[in-house]
Design a protein around this ligand. Structure first.
Ligand code: PEP
Ligand code: MG
Length: 942
């Protein structure tokens, strides 16, 4: 008794087990059970693939025996025979892992063809041309994939024959030409592979299975898994699907095509796809011929079209998901060869989610889960500014939406090279192949001259959310000469073009773009997400306009208003500088009094925009030198001023000399006379000296304030304590703004937040200042002003002392930008362009910790702070306002550790809302906090 079963027929396989059967195999098994017309076949499991690698790349011992048993069953069912000259059976051999990796692994068609079965095929079909064409395709594919012969060896023969015969298209070659090509192919294969083409079909099958296993570790597949983070837990090994061949190229009652149960570009509920009459599947996928839209089938093959409509309905009802399926029509009979969940762009996912819920095929929760927060980012894609009046120079098919501009490049390697140098590029090709994948990663968008909306370029670009225009037939590319023409326009490599993948248009140069709006369906989906999620979502916003926009995008408050942004406004900066440079308390007070009404009006406008919602205002954080010019700048200006002073001294003497000039001549020098008089005046008033002195004072002050490590220096609360007038003014402005709005009847919820706190003593110091100001303001306005007082947690010690900080704070907000800097001791200003890229490349760090929250280190500190803070104050509100607040994985982590809200940049609000809903729905799978939590050490430190 064998301990493992490696091969399952489509009838017996369990179609829910994608891990074992791969996605394609599982789909074939399910469709067979549903009674859809699937040609008979069997699946070699992913387990066999893993054992192949385990076994030093040798097929498992009993595998071919199992294959043979299954083959016999198929022979019985079909009445055909593998290797027979009378009634031959042929197979397609396809890869298929648990996760779909389109085009990344190998497929062999027409397996079983040899000199003998070829005769059978000719007899059955009475079509010598078709049979020889199938044979030459098979020799080429088998030679390339199973025996490693370069494709160009075969292409050369094909092209030479076409030249000799004087035809352009493969389809113009007749049976004799193709027969001759087959002969030549067999010779070149033997020469290059060092072994003859195997005539035994069983040997062909064995080598093909092995070749598919090998392609699992091929360069393309490895790169794809790395890019899309497909770990062994998600997909381990590939299955091999061996399926009876049906021929779409058996004449004009035969066809092949691919279809989606709904439009993958817009989500519209219509059968969508393309087909080619008298062709094989590879022609469609590789984009060699441009196929027809499936709607044309209504007229051309009405019976088949009606059958396809029935298949579409059945597939969706069964899989409760949009399906992407392949079909072939062989002499008027429809066969379904594959189905999988349709890859759609975000817009289509949103629309289909809402409609599938309305059709009661899925629940609201499932509808929300269908849209990944990362994919939602695609909807934040740009489109061409509607006010742009320029005309496109050509049109192709709108294959993947969005607009993008970049330098034209004609091959993937160049795209990668220029992309790495920071250039925006558009990859322009006749058609793309899986080996171009690295070029896709580096490009802003893809443009092809051939192929349809389901060509390789279109499918891959859509999956990546990159704009793509395919099948632009006016585009003539000379890839070797690195140039192209579109009608009369000449485009050289490096010239800028813009593509609009939503409309399928191409423009010359860089065209202005605008950001997208949120559709009605997306609003519905986001509202469902809001109903599901339990964690709040706020925005980081510093201006009333940003606050307004944040509300529109569903923010439930402002989690961080950075007040320094207001200090930097051009009308404020001179006053802020005056405040910083003041040599006496009085002078500083003078500047502060000018700033107070400005800040008050800033806060009033923001509070008003956020009426009814909480608004967290953070007291001043950055080191003061950030508001002053740099020492280098000042020294340079000072040097110039001194030059001017010297020049003035010389000019002063000109005045005396001019007295001796002829009065008529003096008149003609009138202008000079004026200048000289002005200079004399400047010198008398000593204005130049004063200016120089002022500049020298500033330089001295800047030098005094200079710090070696300003980010770890005199900033945040330390600044507030050393310059109490600044914090006092800000607190007064916040409370006065609140009081005035309350008097107007506006509902407000102010929250005052202190940055960079490391000890409860600092927080207490600011708190007493707040209380003092509160008393004065309340007295002045004659009302009580409710507000909350809290601290940022962005210093490691603050995490350690969170229990004490919570005695003073009503809320915590994790400033994970600084907390990451402090935890790693990586400067947030420098690390990202110094060593971090190499760290990521070498996998020393998986991610950039300033982008993706480091849950193992920073996250662990957060858990400690939450635990200790809530021990002191169980209802302590805790949020996060670092950049991580808008990153989907970090949002999920924030939910799992019990944060009250995340606060993120305004454009990322929809992503955070959706990510928070996903986190709630995935709660059951929640990783135990034990894995981050040093629980047993609490007693020690608290
Ligand atoms: C932080 O440190 O995470 C934070 C939000 O503050 P800033 O980025 O302004 O330092
Ligand atoms: Mg900070």
């Amino acid at each position: 008794m064998k301990d493992k079963k490696y091969v399952y027929s489509f009838e017996e396989a369990d179609g829910t087990d994608k891990k074992l059967l791969g996605g394609k195999g599982a789909g074939l098994a399910e469709m067979t059970r549903m009674g859809l017309p699937v040609p008979p076949g069997f699946i070699v499991t992913t387990e066999a693939c893993l054992d192949y690698y385990e076994n030093k790349k040798r097929l498992p011992k009993d595998l071919m025996e199992e294959v043979d048993e299954n083959l016999k069953k198929i022979e019985e069912k079909t009445g055909k025979k593998f290797g027979s000259a009378q009634n031959p059976l042929f197979f397609s051999v396809r890869s298929g892992a648990a996760i779909s990796m389109p085009g990344m692994m190998d497929t062999i068609l027409n397996l079983g063809l040899n000199d003998k079965t070829l005769e059978g095929l000719i007899k059955i079909t009475s079509d010598g041309r078709f049979a020889y064409d199938s044979y030459r395709r098979f020799i080429q594919l088998f030679g390339k994939i199973a025996l490693g012969v370069e494709e160009q060896e075969f292409d050369q023969i094909l092209n030479k024959t076409k030249e000799k015969v004087g035809v352009k298209e493969d389809t113009d070659l007749n049976a004799d030409h193709l027969k001759d090509i087959c002969k030549q192919y067999l010779v070149v294969l033997k020469k290059k592979a060092g072994t003859p083409f195997p005539q035994d079909p069983m040997v062909q099958l064995m080598l093909a299975i092995e070749a598919v296993f090998k392609s699992w570790m091929g360069k393309r597949a490895l790169a794809y898994r790395k890019e899309f983070n497909i770990t062994p837990e998600l997909a381990n090994g590939t299955a091999v699907n061996v399926c009876t061949m049906v021929f779409g190229n058996m004449g004009f009652d035969s066809a092949t095509g691919v279809a989606f149960t709904r439009d993958p570009g817009t989500g519209e509920n219509v059968l969508y796809g393309e087909y080619l009459v008298n062709a094989q599947g590879e022609d469609v996928v590789a984009g060699i011929r441009t196929p027809k839209p499936i709607q044309e089938m209504k007229k051309e093959m009405p019976k088949i079209y009606r059958e396809l409509e029935r298949v579409r309905k059945k597939l969706e009802e069964h899989f409760r998901e949009v399906q992407d399926f392949e079909f072939t029509v062989e002499k008027g009979n429809l066969y379904i060869l594959q189905t999988r969940n349709g890859k759609m762009n975000a817009q289509a996912i949103v629309r289909t989610s809402v409609e599938l819920v309305a059709e009661k095929l899925i629940t609201k929760e499932e509808g929300v889960l269908r849209l990944k927060p990362q994919e939602l980012e695609q909807l934040l894609h740009k489109r061409i500014d509607p006010n742009f009046k320029g005309k496109p120079i050509a049109a192709g098919l709108p294959a993947s939406p969005g607009a993008a501009s970049g330098k034209t490049v004609f091959d993937a390697d160049e795209a990668e090279r220029l992309g790495k140098l920071g250039n925006k590029v558009i990859l322009v090709r006749e058609e793309t192949k899986p080996e171009d994948i690295h070029g896709f990663f580096a490009s802003q968008g893809i443009l092809t001259s051939r192929g349809g909306k389901t060509s390789h370029a279109a499918v891959v670009a859509r999956g990546m959310g990159k704009p793509c225009v395919s099948g632009c037939e006016d585009l003539r590319i000379d890839a070797k000469g690195r140039e192209a023409t579109i009608k009369n326009t000449h485009i050289k490599e490096g010239d800028f073009i813009t593509i609009d993948g939503s409309r399928g248009e191409i423009y010359l140069g860089e065209v202005p773009t605008v950001d997208p709006e949120i559709s009605k369906e997306l609003l519905t989906l986001l509202n469902w997400a809001d109903e599901i999620r339990s964690m709040g979502v706020r925005a980081n916003a510093d201006t009333p306009e940003a606050a307004e926009k944040a509300r529109q995008l569903g923010a439930e408050g402002i989690g961080l208003c950075r007040t320094e942004r207001m200090f930097n406004a051009s009308d404020r900066l001179p006053i802020v500088r005056q405040m910083i440079l003041a040599t006496t308390r009085e002078k500083r007070q003078d500047a502060i009094e000018k700033l107070l009404p400005m800040q008050r009006s800033d806060f009033k406008e923001i509070f008003r925009a956020m009426e009814g919602l909480p608004t967290t205002i953070r007291l001043l954080d950055p080191p003061l030198h950030e508001f002053l010019p740099s020492a280098e700048e000042l020294a340079e200006e000072l040097r110039k001023l001194k030059d001017v002073e010297n020049a003035f001294s010389t000019m002063e003497n000109v005045s005396d000399a001019m007295k001796f000039l002829d009065p008529a001549f003096r008149e003609s020098l009138g202008l000079l006379d004026h200048v000289v008089t002005d200079i004399v005046e400047i010198k008398r008033e000593r204005l130049d000296r004063k200016l120089i002195r002022k500049q020298q004072d500033t330089l001295r002050k800047v030098k005094e304030m200079m710090e070696v490590n300003p980010m770890l220096g005199h900033r945040g609360v330390r600044l507030g304590i050393t310059y109490p007038e600044i914090y006092q003014m800000q607190i007064q402005a916040i409370l006065e703004a609140a009081a005035e709005l309350m008097k107007e009847g506006v509902q407000i919820q102010p929250e005052i937040m202190v940055p960079q706190v490391c000890t409860a003593q600092e927080l207490k110091w600011v708190y007493q200042l707040v209380k003092k100001v509160q008393k004065e303001v309340e007295k002045h306005y004659g009302i009580e002003i409710p507000f909350k007082f809290g601290t940022m947690i962005e210093v490691v010690r603050a995490c350690m002392r969170a229990g004490r900080l919570a005695e003073v704070a009503d809320f915590f907000s994790f400033g994970t930008n600084d907390l990451t800097q402090a935890t790693f001791s990586f400067s947030r200003e420098d690390a990202e362009n110094k060593f971090l890229p190499l760290y990521n490349q070498r996998k020393i760090l998986q991610d950039n910790p300033f982008e993706v929250l480091d849950v193992k280190g920073v996250g662990r500190l957060m858990i400690i702070a939450i635990e200790w803070g809530r021990r002191t104050k169980p209802d302590l509100k805790i949020g996060i306002c670092g950049e991580h607040g808008g990153h989907p994985e970090s949002v999920e982590f924030a939910h799992n550790i019990g944060l009250s809200y995340v606060s993120c940049s305004v454009p990322r609000l929809p992503i955070a809302r959706l990510a928070a809903a996903h986190a709630k729905l995935k709660e059951k799978e929640k990783i135990s906090l034990e894995s981050y939590d040093p629980g047993s050490t609490f007693g020690l430190f608290f």
